[in-house]
Design a protein around this ligand. Structure first.
Ligand code: NAP
Length: 353
């Protein structure tokens, strides 16, 4: 009797066993004075993990990240597209691949931007934050997240209420640590004082921060240091502007469907990018690698949240960790090139309110 040939099993559909040497790639950096430690690069699931991307490629990226020591995955209620689908897809990956590794993983989520209709589907009320955290846990199939963030400051809700809601989540065992995102230096100090009174571990701030948008250096980083809080930088590559993507073309098609950079691809910005690329080449790094390394220099940021649409990008970005040292001359040249408003401070409105 002739048997049908059994098709080769796709690598991804074999049970996943994490690489044994996953913790040998880099050291983990302490978040303020807390016991929390983060990898220098963490992976964000804002784009590339929604229903518009093949599940298998998402799975490959997450496995690859964890195998290389990236044990922090950052989500939010509205990541997708569509909003919410990234948490759902992540939940599937948790069940299929990462269940056995839950204690090794740092998983974060957030609430603050528009999620469902009506007044309790956005900003920072107690009602929204508690309901949203519950919904996120359900989607991801988790009992708790390691960090839960207020995604943005709410000018219409007392800050005591927002931070009080974070405190409740910690007391309910639904969040281990809490954080704030895109809060100004002043609001950060206020939030920390309230959290300290409540005994809530508000240990981390998530601001946008990159070479072309160093707003945090004018007050926020100093406040975080004073308050013993960590900083995890988002949009480190200015959504792709600080990579080699646009060095030879300004074809916006290359953006892969994310926010349109059309108005940022000015001759002035591209000149900056080309000059930054020359410094990167002298350092034997790609522009993406230098941009990530710059954020980690002298502990400026505790961790950097990268996005990646392929394992190739992930590998390139991990390569940044080979050289985090900058000469004074390099830093001065970078600062001189980056001067002026590059028009990429997309989250500024949250931070100044
Ligand atoms: P980003 O680093 O500015 O942009 C990431 C994108 O750059 C990737 O999706 C990819 O674009 C491209 N890229 C990455 N590595 C590359 C490489 N080596 N070469 C060429 N292109 C490369 O980061 P982001 O996606 O804006 O944000 C990162 C994470 O920060 C998010 O996932 C999220 O977790 C967090 N975040 C938080 C907030 C907040 O309000 N708290 C806001 C924004 C982001 P393609 O996908 O087009 O290939």
């Amino acid at each position: 009797m002739e048997y049908e040939r059994i098709p080769a099993v796709n690598e991804l559909h074999r049970p996943y066993t994490a690489a044994a040497d996953r913790y040998e790639h880099f050291g983990y950096r302490r978040v303020g004075e807390s016991g929390l430690r983060l990898p220098p690069l963490s992976l964000g699931l804002w784009w590339n993990f929604g229903d518009n991307r093949p599940f298998d490629s998402q799975r490959e990226i997450l496995r690859h990240a964890f195998d290389h020591g990236i044990n922090h995955f950052d989500l939010a209620n509205n990541y997708g597209p569509p909003a919410g689908s990234a948490e759902e897809n992540f939940g599937r990956m948790m069940r299929k691949d990462f269940k056995a590794y839950r204690n090794e993983l740092l998983i974060s989520s957030k609430a603050g931007y528009n999620m469902w209709p009506g007044p309790y589907g956005t900003f920072g009320s107690r009602k929204y934050l508690l309901a949203s955290c519950e919904a996120s846990l359900e989607k991801m199939g988790l009992d708790y997240v390691d960090i839960f963030y207020s995604h943005r400051f709410d000018p219409d809700t007392p800050i005591e209420e927002t931070i009080g809601a974070l405190d409740t989540l910690v007391r309910q065992g639904k969040a281990t640590y809490v954080g704030i995102s895109s809060y100004s230096a002043e609001r950060t100090a206020e939030a920390k004082a309230i959290a300290d009174d409540l005994g809530t571990p508000l240990v981390i701030h998530q601001p946008s921060y990159n070479i072309l948008n160093p707003w945090v250096e004018h007050g926020l980083l100093q406040t975080l240091q004073k308050e013993n809080m960590g900083a995890i930088a988002f949009t480190p590559l200015a959504q792709g502007l600080l990579t080699d993507k646009y060095l030879s073309t300004t074809d916006v098609e290359r953006q892969g469907g994310r926010r349109s950079l059309e108005s940022q691809l000015t001759e002035e910005n591209l000149t900056k990018v080309r000059r930054l690329n020359e410094i990167a080449q002298q350092r034997e790094q790609s522009l993406a690698q230098m941009s990530l390394a710059w954020l980690l220099r002298d502990g400026a940021a505790t961790s950097v949240l990268i996005g990646a649409s392929s394992t190739k990008q992930l590998d390139e970005n991990l390569g940044a960790l080979k050289n985090l040292e900058f000469t004074q001359a390099e830093l001065s040249s970078i600062a001189e090139i980056a001067q002026g408003d590059a028009g990429i401070d997309w989250w500024r409105a949250s931070a100044i309110s």
